[in-house]
Ligand binder design. Structure first.
Ligand SMILES: Nc1ncnc2c1ncn2[C@@H]1O[C@H](COP(=O)(O)OP(=O)(O)OP(=O)(O)O)[C@@H](O)[C@H]1O
Ligand SMILES: [Mg+2]
Length: 248
């Protein structure tokens, strides 16, 4: 399965992508790709593990490294089937000069991953210039779009909707209202956005604590955490059931 997780900064894309990756990697090979090439994202996934610069996703996309994909897939130390790809520690904001061919390289990279792994989860940055975005929108089986439960979220959704329509990928989109607090009214929000169906994920402080310590928690314990997990597990079942391959 190819999944795109997309949305504005800080809404919980990586938290969601990593958890889905972890679940899917139980029975198969899953790779989570963080397309933010402006900062190291690997240290958050696998804290304490020093990854060589040669293994940075930035190199693959800038076209300055090997064309093999295997060196860029970094295995999680505790979860055999889970791999990450992204910018590694000690790389800076200006490290990669991304030219016109970066979108082509990003497309080739994602295709190669899809050919060699069971599941590819592309955790796309909110930046408009993200070289992965065009191909990921077109080629993903499903597109999870994270939206905040406020006016800013509604405005952002309306601003990207023409692109979704233009690219004719509307049928693949699953809107995810992220970080809902108890004072939010899910039904009103859904109406405000104009969604027939969406996934609602609660704000769970526990996720924040886990992420700060580099853990992808398999069993959340707080009420909000359990409710987040239940909603994401249901989403994963839908995603895998709809494909009918039973993988994951
Ligand atoms: N449902 C949630 N409830 C509470 N905190 C959350 C939730 N989801 C994510 N967080 C926290 O919010 C912060 C941002 O999450 P995350 O890094 O997953 O977002 P992101 O969308 O990937 O951000 P970026 O755009 O910077 O890549 C993290 O500290 C994370 O622990
Ligand atoms: Mg992120």
């Amino acid at each position: 399965m190819r999944l795109l997780v997309w949305g504005r900064d800080g809404l919980g894309k990586s938290t969601l992508a990593d958890y889905i990756g972890l679940r899917l990697s139980d029975k198969s090979i899953a790779v989570v790709m963080d397309t933010d090439l402006t900062q190291p994202t690997m240290p958050v996934r696998i804290p304490g593990i020093k990854v060589k610069k040669e293994k940075s996703l930035g190199r693959a996309i800038a076209g300055t490294g090997t064309s093999e994909i295997r060196p860029y897939l970094i295995q999680h130390p505790k979860h055999e089937g889970l791999f990450f790809s992204g910018v590694v520690s000690d790389e800076d904001y200006m490290e990669y000069e991304l030219g016109l061919d970066s979108s082509v390289n990003a497309g080739i990279f994602m295709n190669s991953c899809a050919a060699q792994c069971d599941h590819v989860i592309v955790d796309c940055s909110g930046q408009r210039t993200d070289p992965f975005l065009p191909d990921a929108l077109i080629k993903s089986d499903k597109i999870l779009i994270l939206i905040s439960p406020d006016l800013q979220g509604i405005s952002w959704w309306r601003s990207i909707k023409p692109l979704i329509d233009e690219m004719k990928v509307d049928h693949k989109v699953i809107p995810v209202i992220s970080q809902l607090h108890e004072h939010h009214n899910e039904k009103w929000l859904q109406e405000g956005y104009g969604f027939n169906q969406c996934v609602a994920l609660p704000f769970a402080r526990e996720l924040n604590l886990n992420r700060s310590s580099g853990r992808i928690e398999q069993n959340l314990t707080t009420r909000a955490g359990r409710s987040w997990q239940k909603a994401v597990d249901a989403l994963i079942s839908d995603l895998t059931r709809n494909r009918g391959d039973g993988r994951g």
